[in-house]
Design a protein around this ligand. Structure first.
Ligand SMILES: C[S@@+](CC[C@H](N)C(=O)[O-])C[C@H]1O[C@@H](n2cnc3c(N)ncnc32)[C@H](O)[C@@H]1O
Length: 322
């Protein structure tokens, strides 16, 4: 089942366990803040290859349950294999995490004890040339998390208006001039094909010369991917609705990798919430003042961990003093 009603709600069948491909970031730290009840109900909104989900299941009793969501059907297949041994404790659904409230009734769940979001892309999708996420691999310029939904990057870049293009590049992780990058893309698309990842790389190299460093290419690809998948808009919707799904004392835990995302997550502590079902006023209290970061030894093992920021919040009733 997805929000668009495409894929069925599936329980893991007890088939062989496969090694997890994506090295999950800050697993120990995530489990330490997220798991408050050994028999709880947990949501992994970005289940990916199932690494964090596996750690949550291992840290809880056999009566705990986990709902794993992902927009990417390939991720759900990988998670299904990795989590097969947990059988009926695991439910996997193809859905945007922003639509969690629509998925829960299918399980008969109203509230959950913890929600995890590990934003962005799986390493295994980045390494698949056919998905078009990597500037280092030649493939179709696609970048959709769900290959059956939305507009591929090649079409988006062909049609997007110049000011929006500049805006999305400015909102991305790149520090190079968004105007110069936008000009390079606009000049290229007037004369050349923009079909493959190698076309976008050639376009940036032609327009920016030596400024087209691997760091710049990587950040432009990330900015385009975020626009293709409307990631910031989805995060905004999720952060507005997920707190209502937590039970009192429940935890929302988010791993983010870029400042646009972290800024939004940080704002949660200032937001007053009101439960639409009970009318209760409540807040999300940050468990730590500053975001946690990966230890140097993890960063040495896993480069993806270097930019990770972990923030966790607990739902507490509003008191006159809070
Ligand atoms: C960094 S990976 C998560 C890896 C996972 N924690 C693990 O241990 O393997 C992020 C995953 O979230 C998925 N994703 C990104 N945005 C999403 C969204 N709005 N809703 C659901 N899944 C999303 C991606 O397809 C990707 O598989």
């Amino acid at each position: 089942m997805s929000s668009s009603g495409k894929s069925p709600l599936s329980r893991c069948s007890p088939t062989a366990v496969r090694a997890v491909i994506h090295a999950p970031v800050m697993v120990r730290e995530v489990v330490a803040v997220l798991v408050t009840r050994a028999d709880g109900r947990y949501v992994d909104g970005t289940v990916g290859d199932g690494g964090h989900a596996q750690a949550i299941l291992d840290a809880t009793q056999s009566s705990s349950q986990l709902l794993g969501l992902d927009r990417d059907p390939e991720a759900l297949r990988a998670a299904g294999e990795a989590l097969a041994t947990y059988g009926e404790r695991v439910h996997l659904v193809q859905s945007d995490f922003a639509n969690l409230a629509d998925v829960l009734p299918q399980l008969g769940w109203e509230r959950v004890d913890g929600i995890l979001l590990d934003l962005g892309l799986r390493s295994s999708a980045l390494d698949d040339a056919q998905r078009g996420f990597s500037f280092q691999l030649d493939g179709p310029l696609d970048m959709r998390f769900d290959p059956w939904e939305g507009t591929p990057a090649r079409e988006l870049l062909r049609r997007i208006n110049p000011s929006r293009l500049e805006q999305l590049l400015a909102a991305g992780t790149t520090r190079a001039s968004p105007r110069a990058i936008a000009r390079a893309i606009l000049a290229w698309r007037r004369q050349e094909r923009l079909e493959r990842t190698s076309d976008l790389v050639a376009c940036l190299r032609r327009g920016l010369g030596r400024r087209a460093t691997p760091k710049l290419l990587s950040s432009v690809f990330a900015a385009v991917r975020m626009e293709v998948n409307r990631e910031l808009a989805g995060l905004d919707r999720a952060l507005a609705t997920m707190p209502e799904i937590l039970g009192t004392g429940g935890i929302l835990c988010v791993l983010s990798y870029q400042s646009q995302e972290d800024r939004r997550i940080k704002q949660l502590r200032r937001t007053p919430f009101r439960d639409p079902r009970t009318g209760e006023r409540f807040r999300l209290i940050p468990l730590e003042k500053r975001p946690q970061q990966a230890l140097p030894e993890e960063v040495r093992r896993n480069r993806r961990a270097r930019s990770a920021r972990l923030r966790a919040f607990q739902r507490v009733p509003e008191t006159p003093a809070s």
